[in-house]
Ligand binder design. Structure first.
Ligand code: HAM
Length: 404
């Protein structure tokens, strides 16, 4: 039998309901923050991700679903949403229009990672991207929006924040860090040794305990920020404190994507195991220009839907809708008309095959409907329908034209 690919999942009952609830909740809140819904393609040129997410990142280096299409183009299933949105922003000349553009999206992302609990090869994100606003108040608003979404979904979280500096302070810090990494290179793991030259700040979040012990005295970017980055970061901290958000400073939070400048953050949950990040994002002021657009400040985030699915507990749904069935084939036309009329206002399940009353009641119960309405031989003669309210357990006969 053909199975779904490793690390890829069907979304079916009972999870499907929570899945759509999360997307609807997040979408409604994003709209209240002035974001509008967009879609971008699942497939993009590989070069887009190489340039934005970064050649030295694990995502591009190891995890891309990359292939040559029938036209000979080097393409790739999107591993994340930001790069495609930035490409769309520039291609549609929104960068030239100026002003502020806020957009949200959701859909599948693909990363060829080693599957484990909370880590899939096809997973879903809900994301927001805000273009044109330089102020750190926008970063704060984004964090506040995620808080609103998680509060509405009834789930707990901790927030980790860091600043990754800007072209003014980052190069000096990087030099400092590289020199320190060379000093401690003897005990570092192979991945870290490779990263000293390709992407030194990624060494800071190595998961190897030995490396972390060696990194104890590593210089921290937050101590080397330029005046503007430092002032922005202090404002963000002040705003988070003033609004009682549960945050911690994590100077080793570097994120797995290379496009970030200044604010970087993650929301983590302590209830879902090792893959604990339920949302991540930050500012990426250089990416629009880097991909060929007019320099435009930007900030955004994405939520991992599958990880959040585990945390959301929906209240038990009450019975809803109507089940229509027949015990004599001559009544089917009446049911078809009734169903069509009633669907203008409510959910209707129509069963066209003649069945016993017991079988109809069993099917109606399984579907979780409120009412089971059946036409048998007697009802056909009198122009009535037999109706049972499955919640109140009450039965009655009603004239068909009064029922719909
Ligand atoms: P990211 O941190 O790579 O950021 O992913 C965002 C979220 O997607 C993570 O916090 C996690 O919940 C979920 N996620 C990532 N990988 C997997 C996986 N293999 N299986 C299940 N869930 C996963 C981004 O993708 C950025 N584009 C976010 C952003 C938007 N930054 C600025 N704008």
């Amino acid at each position: 039998m053909i199975q779904a690919l490793r690390g890829m999942k069907d979304i079916i009952a009972p999870e499907n309901e929570t899945f759509t609830h999360i997307l609807k909740t997040a979408g409604d809140i994003a709209e209240r923050y002035g974001y509008e819904y967009i879609e971008t393609p699942l497939l993009e040129e590989t070069a887009l991700f190489k340039r934005s997410v970064g050649e030295s990142s694990d995502i591009v280096g190891k995890e891309m679903y990359q292939f040559i299409d029938k036209g000979g183009h080097d393409v790739c299933l999107r591993p994340e949403g930001t790069a495609g949105v930035v490409r769309m922003f520039i291609q549609n000349k929104l960068d030239k229009k100026g002003g502020i553009h806020r957009m949200y999206y959701h859909g599948p992302m693909f990363r060829y990672e080693r599957p484990q609990k909370g880590r899939l090869r096809e997973f879903h994100q809900f994301g927001c991207e805000s273009f044109g606003e330089e102020s750190v108040y926008e970063d704060f608003n984004i964090i506040l929006m995620i808080k609103d979404i998680f509060d509405a979904l009834g789930i707990g979280y901790r927030i980790k924040i860091n600043s990754l500096g800007c072209p003014e302070c980052m190069p000096g810090y990087r030099e400092h860090l590289v020199s320190h990494l060379h000093d401690i290179s003897d005990g570092l793991c192979e991945d870290c040794l490779r990263r000293i030259d390709t992407n030194p700040i990624r060494v800071l979040d190595c998961k190897n305990e030995n490396c972390q012990a060696l990194l104890e005295n590593a210089p921290l970017i937050t101590e080397k920020l330029c005046e503007t980055c430092d002032a922005d970061f202090s404002t963000l901290v002040r705003l988070l404190e003033a609004h009682n958000l549960p945050f911690e400073l994590d100077p080793k939070l570097v994120r797995g994507l290379d496009y970030y400048t200044r604010t970087a953050f993650e929301f983590v949950s302590d209830e879902i195991g090792a893959q604990s990040a339920i949302a991540g994002g930050g500012r990426y002021n250089r990416l629009v220009e880097f991909l060929g657009g007019k320099p435009t400040p930007a900030v955004g985030f994405a939520l991992g839907i599958e990880r959040i699915l585990e945390l959301v507990k929906l209240p038990r749904k009450g019975r809803e809708g109507v089940y229509l069935g027949v015990m004599v084939p001559e009544a089917v036309d009446i049911i078809v008309d009734l169903a069509h009329k009633m669907r203008q206002n409510e959910k209707v399940f129509a069963e066209y095959n003649k069945k016993s009353l017991k079988a109809h009641l069993k099917a109606a119960d399984r579907l979780g409907v409120r009412k089971c309405a059946i036409i048998g031989e007697d009802e056909l003669k009198t122009g009535e329908i037999w109706v049972k309210d499955l919640e109140k357990k009450e039965e009655q006969r009603i004239a068909v034209d009064r029922f719909a």
